[in-house]
Write a protein that binds this ligand. Structure first.
Ligand code: F6R
Length: 233
């Protein structure tokens, strides 16, 4: 694991952007993308750049169950706002949260991932060590699946909704088996609330209880952390 310490999320976004630019110069095709507050500065860097994504494909990690792509709280809407409306891609994929048949949606999504192997995967991390929405206890062998969000994740993400009642308690998430197949992974973590999860990701023995620990087994991962998130390292 390569660990890059930065001052703050602004610098972290720049470092992640530089890594992406370098990989795109080598000709990569498929990006795995995350939502949430962590990658915002990274997307800002992309929006302000002249990097061309018209030959690129993106595959997002997750989506809330029940939310349509035009729901303002959906991850699809977030991606439109932060990136896709600004940078045209050849194709963009986000799990369909309002699919009638969720099991079939998981199968459809896995086919997309299989047909478009991910070259460069962006990750944030939950306070409980989740990656994507692979919550503690998740099997490392899973592909796309329906997840029951944990109280910790509901607590962290409910602020984006008008009330906790409105926050979906289930999500569709790419599985860890798929995340691990990415050629390169860049995980970003900012703020004190991530410090414990970051320490465990790097130092704890690999365990399903802290899903991000499995990243120790990946041979091309860069972790970008600000001073607060790095405070226990
Ligand atoms: C989002 C995702 C999640 C987030 C994590 C951190 O697509 O996969 O794992 O990266 O919950 O969220 P933030 O960045 O909002 O702290």
């Amino acid at each position: 694991m390569e660990i890059i310490k930065v001052k703050d999320s602004t610098e972290g976004g720049k470092v992640a952007f530089d890594l992406l630019e370098k990989e795109m110069q080598k000709g990569i095709k498929v990006l795995g993308l995350a939502t949430g507050s962590t990658p915002e500065t990274f997307y800002e860097q992309i929006r302000n750049s002249d990097l061309d994504f018209s030959n690129m494909i993106s595959i997002n990690l997750d989506e809330y169950v029940g939310l349509s792509s035009d729901d303002k709280n959906s991850y699809h809407y977030f991606m439109d706002e932060k990136l896709f409306n600004h940078k045209p891609f050849e194709a963009t994929y986000v799990p369909q949260g309002d699919a009638e048949d969720l099991d079939q949606e998981c199968v459809r999504y896995d086919k997309i991932i299989e047909e478009n192997p991910i070259d460069f995967q962006i990750l944030g991390i939950g306070r409980n060590g989740h990656i994507g929405f692979n919550e503690p206890g998740s099997s490392f062998d899973l592909q796309t699946h329906v997840v029951d969000l944990t109280p910790s994740t509901i607590e962290a993400n409910k602020i984006y909704f008008d009330s906790e009642d409105q926050m979906p308690k289930k999500a569709l998430s790419m599985g860890i088996a798929s995340i691990l197949k990415s050629q390169k992974i860049v995980l970003m973590a900012y703020g004190e609330s991530k410090a414990d999860a970051v320490k465990k990701t790097v130092q704890h023995e690999v365990s399903n209880d802290i899903p991000a620990t499995i990243l120790q087994k990946h041979d091309n991962i860069t972790i970008i952390v600000d001073e607060e998130a790095a405070k226990y390292l």
